[in-house]
Design a protein around this ligand. Structure first.
Ligand code: NAD
Ligand code: IPM
Ligand code: MN
Length: 356
């Protein structure tokens, strides 16, 4: 029997609610496939600040480094918003990504036919969208030095080295080779030197992938094109902050931010997390959509553990449950047969894992 050790970080806000459902589904899938999962909980973000006085305790880093993969919910909340930056929950997450070396964040965006009416956008614009946002995750303006907040002045630095651009570009081209062989690199090369180096470097990497067609787009245009005609995109390659913003925008193509998973890879251990945050406005109400986290668990099975059949079993179960009209509140206005709580939809997906 194959055995895997998972590090679990529930985090803050809806984090614990959505992770519990992902674990339910993982337990269901492992009982139908030939592997066993063991879980160890670690604290990060606000929950860690409350216990240890810091957002990323060393034991969390060490526990994560010893695991086969990490499943993470979300962090952050008003309670910790006034802390200095180094002490904030978000800094814990950024430091964990850096400590793991997970420089590539894969954020797939697709539209379930069943949810084509769930978006605020028109169905004909959405039907058939299938894109992969490849977001650089451990560099750019999030990490650049110098940075400071003074009384009358504050600054950050957007910096990329050639090496950082090469390695993320390779991830995007490799991904495109398995898909429709198109990469659209998104930057702001008309204004920023860092984007000029980005563009030149991506052009160089492209030479190693002659089958892939490469285009470039300024980020402001990309934000518009993503709503105007999202079907034009296959792989979207971009830096840390642009990828953060564009992927939240892209979530409305799928109908809810509660649907989009992600995989943070390229380092020692993979980190799997929904793209959304801790949703303080709905915490504790039992209405959070756990599907983004459940699909992140599927990405974990595929990318970190090589359990392809278990991963696709989860994805099929999610699709079937949506097809049959089970919806959490965020999607309830659209062809819902039954509006479910977080825990109900988790249980339904877990039960469908055996049927698909
Ligand atoms: P958010 O993603 O938490 O929420 C934005 C909106 O989407 C809210 O209305 C929320 O209710 C809704 N939403 C999010 N996830 C949902 C789900 N699964 N089901 C249904 N609705 C969902 O973003 P925000 O409000 O800007 O940030 C809240 C906190 O989360 C902040 O502290 C922020 O720093 C943090 N954050 C953390 C992460 C992370 O842990 N990876 C990501 C983004 C934001
Ligand atoms: C995300 C979040 C994080 C980011 C924050 C919480 C640091 O928005 O995972 O998308 O900006 O990367
Ligand atoms: Mn984000």
């Amino acid at each position: 029997m194959r055995q895997y050790k998972l590090a679990i970080i529930k985090g803050d806000g809806i984090g614990p609610e959505i992770i519990d459902e992902a674990i339910k589904v993982l337990d269901a899938v492992s009982s139908h496939e030939n592997f066993e999962l063991s879980y160890s909980d670690f604290l990060m973000g606000g929950a860690a600040i409350d216990v240890f006085g810091e957002p990323l305790p060393e034991e969390t880093v060490q526990g994560c480094l010893k695991a086969d993969a990490i499943l993470f919910g979300a962090i952050g909340g008003e309670k910790w918003d006034t802390l200095p930056r180094e002490k904030r929950p978000e800094t814990g997450l950024l430091n964990l990504r850096k400590a793991l070396g997970v420089f590539a964040n894969l954020r797939p965006v697709s539209v379930y036919d069943e949810l084509v009416n769930a978006s605020t956008l028109k169905p004909e614009v959405l039907k058939g969208v299938d894109m992969m946002v490849v977001r650089e995750l451990t560099g750019g303006i999030y990490f650049g030095q110098p940075r400071a907040k003074e009384a009358e002045r504050a600054y950050n630095t957007m910096v990329y080295t050639k090496e950082e651009i090469v390695r993320i570009a390779k991830v995007a081209f490799e991904s495109a080779m398995k898909r429709r062989k198109q990469v659209c690199s998104v930057d702001k090369a008309n204004v920023l030197e860092v984007s000029q180096l980005w563009r030149e470097t991506v052009e160089e990497v492209a030479k190693e992938y002659p089958e892939v067609s490469l285009s470039h787009m300024y980020v402001d245009n990309a934000a518009m094109q993503m709503i105007r005609n999202p079907k034009q995109f296959d792989v979207v390659l971009t830096g840390n902050i642009f990828g953060d913003i564009l992927s939240d925008e892209a979530s409305m193509i799928s109908g809810s931010i509660g649907l989009l998973p992600s995989a943070s890879v390229g380092g020692q251990v993979g980190l799997f997390e929904p793209i959304h945050g801790s949703a303080p406005d709905i915490t504790g109400q039992g209405i959070a959509n756990p599907i983004a986290t459940i699909l992140s668990a599927a990405m974990m099975l595929r990318f970190a553990l090589g359990e392809e059949s278990a991963a696709s079993r989860i994805e099929k179960a999610v699709q079937q449950v949506l097809k049959e009209g089970y919806r959490t509140k965020d999607l309830s206005a659209y062809e819902a047969k039954e509006v479910c709580s977080t825990s109900e939809i988790g249980s339904i997906i877990a039960s469908y894992v055996a049927k698909v």
